[in-house]
Design a protein around this ligand. Structure first.
Ligand code: 13P
Length: 254
């Protein structure tokens, strides 16, 4: 079976401005044609989704970083409903990023609810999973990944993963400059895929699992070589078009 299509996603987190977004997007759009094998996604802060959508044109996809866990719009001050993200031009939405879990108290149950709402509204959820350093040191990595994945499986079922992406992001590698080794990433990805395969081998074989955590132009090629690694979720390096496109080129070269 040929490998799944690579996806390289930029999570801009709470960064950017009208001026910096413009030059970043211009650089991405200019380089996207050199990476025809790779699906490219950018996830700006929500206030910039519409202007970024207008700059993107057709080739590069748009995603949000978060959505409300509510089925319907209504009196939820400060929240953004998935229909609004669709209207802004989003195809994807990140769900359960470790910063949302750790800093904003998102439990496995909330993450699972957001995953379900996203799918019901025709957004593709990018489900982020990953262990902390203490959990890795305590040899709890697989238990944590299983718990985080099972919360979504229990609520939405394995078939939901026919229209979803998973991102393995070890918390200790995010923004630290410390990257998982190719073997560590591949091992975690294989575990996640194996857990899905126990339920449905076809869906497990088709779901894309991205690696995230200090992916840079100089390590992307090696990380993306893992047989179960289908691209990356990029933080810091997605804010410089040259670096982001070099990472896309590393996926293209696989
Ligand atoms: P860094 O690439 O800055 O480590 O961030 C990774 C990340 O959290 C992407 O969602």
């Amino acid at each position: 079976m040929s490998k799944r299509q690579y996806l390289v996603a930029g999570n801009w987190k709470m960064n950017g401005s009208t001026a910096s977004n413009r030059s970043l997007v211009e650089g991405i759009v200019a380089g996207a044609g050199d990476c025809p094998k790779v699906e490219i996604l950018v996830c700006p802060p929500s206030v910039y989704l519409c202007p970024v959508a207008a700059l993107l044109g057709g080739g590069v996809r748009l995603g949000a970083q978060n959505l409300a866990d509510q089925d319907k719009p209504g009196a939820y001050t400060g929240e953004i409903h998935g229909t609004m993200l669709r209207e802004a031009g989003c195809d994807y939405v990140l769900v359960g990023h470790s910063e949302r879990r750790a800093l904003y108290g998102e439990s496995d149950a909330v993450v699972a609810a957001k995953f379900g709402v996203a799918q019901a509204l025709d957004l593709v959820p990018v489900l982020c999973l990953g262990e902390t350093l203490a959990e890795r040191d305590a040899e709890q990595t697989e238990a944590v990944l299983a718990r985080q994945l099972d919360a979504v499986l229990d609520r939405s079922g394995v078939h939901a993963f026919a229209r979803a992406v998973i991102a393995y992001e070890p918390v200790w590698a995010i923004g630290t400059g410390r990257t998982a080794s190719t073997a560590q990433a591949q091992e975690a990805h294989a575990f996640i895929r194996g857990r899905l395969a126990a339920l449905d081998a076809t869906i497990a074989g088709s779901v894309r699992i991205l690696y995230g955590g200090s992916v840079k132009p100089d390590n992307a090629r090696e990380l993306f070589a893992g047989v179960d690694v289908d691209g990356g979720l990029i933080g810091g390096a997605s804010l410089k078009s040259q670096d982001f496109m070099a990472i896309c080129a590393a996926a293209q070269a696989q």
